[in-house]
Design a protein around this ligand. Structure first.
Ligand code: ZN
Length: 605
């Protein structure tokens, strides 16, 4: 580990290595090329200034386009809405006329000029891994929402220059640095540019080597976490992934910790993750953070290189549909636990505990009997992010159910092949065949073929029934060869059932969703009601949860609520709710073959 105090030293070292390995892309003025410059003179105004210069143009007009989404975050973001003061000129500074032809397209009348320079401001005040942020504490750039490209020219090489705000010294990104030109980077094409977010400011920078490659952690705030332990654990995760897959498809990798909030996004040779340092204070919180990082990191393989055919080359103008996100996301969740186990950071019992919790989270979800995993994947563009009451009642998380499908796939492949193959072999085969040889994504049929080849047996139950319908699954059979059992017996849940989810809105307990058939539903409560008092006592979000926790099934609650400016009174009778725990545990007296199966699967006792 090395903390670099001075900016750019690490980047320059990497650039030299990069040049020696592959040669820097040559950019000539006349050849088709894009150069973009982003500056940020007054961070508290939250506007980046962007200049895009396109060379080697031909024709009377060019479309300058801002993507409507960024890969990995399957939601239309309409980044063009943040643009203002668009201007265009030719290579000698003469203004060029332009018009908007779509929400994200500016058509510039270049009149045969081979160069066009467009400039604009981008509003950025949303600290989120799929958006951009700028204030006096630093900046984060999601390139798909910052840099326009010329329509039809996604293969153009790009030079990126980042001019930090006064007093800021660090620019952290997976882009290739240009030696001797601090803040200047190159990308071989637009797809690479859009896959390399940029953190700028005075962030802490840590460096470590793993599997023979340089790795950087650039962090807005790591709190009190032990730096040596943290980078040491990251190194173990990287090495576990490299050993699982056989190689690493990058020359250098950067972990960008962008600040407080939630979520993370995978990229080509970097990841951008939010972090609340307080969450690292407990051992379980720290382990959860490592699992989260392992997830984003393993995406380097699963979704970035091992990918469904719909996910690249991307269409940046619209939704890119696939019904395989249950595999791209769910298997990545599954590998969080496998990698942590292989890295010696999560015990077998902890893995089984987390797998059981994941199974419970989708099996107990109201949408389990309504939406299959494949449909959940396909409908992510409208159903997954920004969830409302309807989504909570009707959809399923392809992360969770995809982890369950991956678990069953792995167990089935291991059992059917007599322990000779596993999901690892499928991952390596997909990586080799589609990423390295065919240089394309795979179809649903090809994914299934790869799994069936590894198993040496048909897997129709998993692919046709479990992934595509809402039929119940048989867990006991695939878990048995590992000497594991799952608790399917419905037992009373400790807390009595009320059935209304509430959110704290400035101290108010506002109902966000009411489960069908629940006591809250039978009492006539509905979303957007504010719960004012229970049994004559004023409640807020926190005290409501506390009040419910102190009751038992059969208790009657008198609820005073407000709806559309009027108050109302109703009575809810709390009931007992019985559910299986879905806990996965080893059987008491496993056979030698069951013990061997389990030990081959989860290494760390
Ligand atoms: Zn993911």
């Amino acid at each position: 580990m090395k903390k670099t105090g001075r900016p750019f030293i690490l980047f320059c070292a990497l650039a030299v290595a990069g040049t020696a390995l592959a040669g820097a892309p040559a950019v000539r003025a006349a050849a088709p090329a894009l150069s973009v410059t982003v500056s940020m003179e007054r961070p508290t105004a939250h506007y980046y200034r962007v200049v895009v210069r396109a060379d080697g143009l031909a024709g009377a007009a060019q479309d300058f386009k801002m993507p409507v989404w960024t890969p990995g975050y399957y939601r239309i973001m309409d980044y063009a809405k943040n643009v203002r003061d668009f201007r265009a000129e030719d290579g000698s500074g003469r203004p060029l006329p332009f018009e908007k032809t779509a929400k994200n397209v500016w058509r510039v009348r270049t009149g045969g000029s081979t160069t066009a320079v467009v400039s604009y401001d981008v509003y950025a005040f949303n600290r989120f891994c799929a958006d951009s942020y700028l204030s006096d504490d630093g900046g984060f750039i999601t390139p798909a929402g910052m840099f326009m490209h010329v329509g039809g020219r996604l293969k153009d090489p790009v030079t990126v220059t980042v001019v930090p705000a006064p007093g800021w010294t660090e620019v952290s990104t997976g882009l290739e640095p240009v030696p001797g030109r601090p803040g200047t980077f190159t990308a071989p094409d637009i797809d690479t540019l859009y896959d390399c977010p940029i953190l700028v400011g005075n962030q802490e920078v840590l460096a470590f080597e793993a599997a023979g490659r340089p790795h950087t952690v650039a962090a807005y705030d790591l709190g009190a976490v032990d730096r040596a332990r943290f980078t040491g654990d990251l190194k173990r995760i990287v090495e576990a992934a490299a050993e699982t897959m056989g190689e690493l498809p990058y020359r250098h990798y950067t972990f960008l910790v962008i600040g407080p909030g939630g979520g993370g996004l995978e990229h080509l040779n970097s990841t951008a993750v939010a972090l609340d340092p307080g969450s690292l204070a407990t051992p379980r919180g720290y382990q959860g953070w490592l699992a989260f990082i392992a997830h984003e990191y393993f995406h380097l393989f699963n979704v970035k290189s091992i990918r469904p055919i719909a996910l690249g080359p991307f269409d940046y103008d619209r939704e890119n549909y696939t019904d395989l996100l249950w595999f791209s996301e769910g298997a990545t969740v599954y590998y969080e636990y496998l990698l942590l186990d292989r890295a010696g950071l999560m015990s077998r019992d902890e893995v089984l505990d987390r797998l059981g919790s994941t199974v419970a989270s989708y099996e107990n979800a109201p949408g389990r009997r309504r939406q299959p995993a494949a449909l959940s994947s396909f409908d992510t563009w409208t159903g997954f992010f920004g969830r409302n009451e309807h989504a909570a009642a009707s959809t399923i998380s392809y992360y969770d159910i995809g982890c369950g499908l991956s678990l069953l796939l792995d167990l089935r492949i291991r059992a059917a092949s007599g322990g000779r193959a596993s999901l690892d072999d499928v991952m390596r085969a997909l990586y080799r065949t589609y990423y390295k040889e065919k240089k394309r994504g795979f179809t649903a049929r090809e994914l299934r073929d790869a799994c069936e080849k590894a198993a040496g047996a048909p897997l129709g139950e998993i692919f046709d029934v479990y992934a595509r319908t809402t039929e119940p699954w048989d867990y006991a059979k695939p878990l048995a060869p590992a000497g594991l059992a799952i608790d399917l017996e419905p037992k009373p849940v400790p807390e009595p059932w009320f059935g209304a989810s509430t959110q704290d809105q400035n101290g108010k307990a506002v109902v966000t969703a009411v489960e069908e058939g629940s006591p809250a539903s039978l009492a006539g409560l509905c979303a957007q009601d504010e719960i004012l008092a229970v049994d004559g006592r004023r409640v807020e979000a926190r005290s409501l949860a506390q009040a419910l926790g102190e009751r038992k099934a059969g208790d009657r609650l008198e609820v005073l609520y407000a709806r559309r400016g009027q108050t109302g009174r109703t009575e809810a009778v709390l009931t007992e709710r019985r559910r299986p725990s879905w806990r996965i545990t080893p059987v008491a007296d496993p056979t030698p073959s069951q013990s061997a199966f389990l030990e081959a699967w989860l290494k760390l006792p």
